[in-house]
Design a protein around this ligand. Structure first.
Ligand code: PHE
Length: 453
């Protein structure tokens, strides 16, 4: 065990890593964001581009990021500095870690507000608020929530507090156990909901919307959104996966296979969420597929309000969404906490509290962007929209691009082989080529094209 692992811990086994990384990947991105951006970007063609981005860019970069962590064995900032030195190249690569920390602060600030909606919807479900609710009434309930600053702040505060408590206790303790309960339950409940959508929703139309390819609906900006979401949903490009990789035990496991398992689970959960939500949307004319961030919260209460046991299912479902969000939130803040602790700037408790307060404060901007600040926009985007766009579509892909370039072109080959095994045979042969040529070029094309429209 080296210094970092003594300071910040190490996973009990390979499985704890898989669970923790899956816990990081599966979150609001899959259940809340994927359906609503799919709705906003016209459906099938967007989904196809998203799947291609996962396979051609996400998976190769995720392998690179886990490897960087396991090799560096420190927080992302220090790992990048260390590996740059080991590879005799510039200290500037440390900026990958800095960029990631900044992205993490911005992401968690709005992530926590949205997770707060899920907390509030737990209590609304349990209290029977959704009993036989209509599409219109469900829309009104959600708008009411957005206008209610006090509730938004309260639930945002509760969610941040839960996140900080877990991070203060250290990532290893408890986390692995929690995830191994949350993930299977979430999947089961999603399948229950899928049963409801097949039986009661407009399943054929929902299916078509998700999977019918209509290229005419695709603009360059949608391609950028799909690409950005591939990073967001896999927790890539900001060091979350790198930090988790640095806690991997010494036992040699195939990073490639591990990453493929995580990416497939993540994609599966997003697609099921889409198949649950869109049939309900199409069965209720008052809800638009492009309704935006409220899509999940407007559509699902209708299902819960009309199914047997809906009060309990609704409560459980939103509880699971909140838990899935929690297991992602801790991975968003962990890289920076790890860096503060390891650099002896602060103890774990002080680091977590200080950082947590900063993030909570920035989150107030997102809260206000749904009401008092709703009319203050920049390029037609509210504060929340801007943060979401800046982080998912620019900062994460940029971080990922830098990681791909570093591993593909600058990192010491001997170090790569020591982590992954021979890279001139099997899947890794393609991996290195994709990482060198395909991923960076695709990323560059999407960036440039969406800039010039
Ligand atoms: N992947 C998480 C989700 O889908 C969000 C996340 C983004 C987590 C970036 C860590 C880093 O909800």
């Amino acid at each position: 065990m080296n210094i970092q692992q003594k300071v910040n811990g190490v996973w009990g086994s390979r499985w704890v890593f898989i669970l923790a990384a899956t816990g990081s990947a599966v979150g609001l991105g899959n259940i809340w964001k994927f359906p609503y951006i799919t709705g906003e970007n016209g459906g099938g063609a967007f989904v196809l581009v998203y799947l291609a981005c996962i396979a051609l860019i996400g998976v190769p970069i995720m392998i690179a990021e886990v490897m960087l962590g396991r090799r560096g064995r420190m927080s992302p900032i220090n790992s990048m500095l260390l590996l740059a030195r080991e590879s005799n190249t510039s200290r500037w690569w440390g900026s990958v870690g800095w960029l990631g920390s900044l992205a993490g602060i911005l992401i968690l600030s709005f992530y926590s507000v949205i997770a707060g909606w899920a907390l509030q919807y737990m209590s609304l479900s349990a209290s029977g608020e959704f009993y036989q609710i209509s599409g219109e009434a469900s829309g009104a309930t959600f708008s009411g929530l957005l206008a209610d600053v006090e509730s938004l702040v309260t639930w945002h505060t509760v969610f941040m507090a839960l996140t900080l408590l877990i991070v203060m206790a250290g990532v290893v303790k408890g986390l692995g156990k929690a995830i191994s309960v949350i993930m299977p339950l979430l999947l089961v409940l999603l399948l229950v909901m899928l049963g409801y959508s097949i039986a009661e929703g407009n399943f054929a139309e929902g299916w078509n919307f998700l999977f019918a390819f209509d290229a005419s609906k695709l603009e360059w900006n949608s391609v950028l959104v799909a690409l950005g979401h591939a990073f967001f949903t896999l927790s890539l490009g900001m060091g979350a996966i790198m930090a988790y990789g640095s806690y991997m035990p010494e036992e040699k496991v195939s990073i490639g296979n591990t990453v493929i398992i995580i990416a497939m689970l993540d994609t599966l959960i997003a697609l099921i969420a889409g198949l649950v939500i869109f049939p309900i949307v199409f069965a209720n004319p008052s809800i638009e597929p492009g309704a935006g961030p409220g899509l999940l919260f407007v559509s699902l209460p209708i299902a819960f309000g009309n199914m047997a046991g809906g009060q309990l299912f609704g409560f459980m479902f939103f509880a699971l969404v909140a838990l899935a969000a929690l297991s992602s939130a801790i991975s968003i803040i962990e890289p920076t906490v790890a860096w503060l602790v390891e650099s002896r700037i602060a103890s774990r408790i002080k680091a977590t509290l200080g950082l947590g307060f900063t993030i909570w404060f920035v989150g107030l901007g997102t809260v206000l962007s749904f009401n008092h600040w709703a009319d203050y926009t920049l390029f037609d985007k509210t504060f929340f929209d801007s943060l979401d766009y800046l982080t998912a579509n620019i900062m994460l892909p940029l971080g990922g691009l830098l990681m791909a370039l570093f591993v593909g072109w600058f990192m010491n080959t001997k170090a790569i082989v020591e982590e992954l095994g021979p890279i001139d045979q099997g899947g890794y042969k393609y991996w290195l080529r994709i990482l060198r040529y395909v991923s960076p070029v695709l990323l560059a094309i999407v960036f440039v094209m969406s800039l010039i429209g």
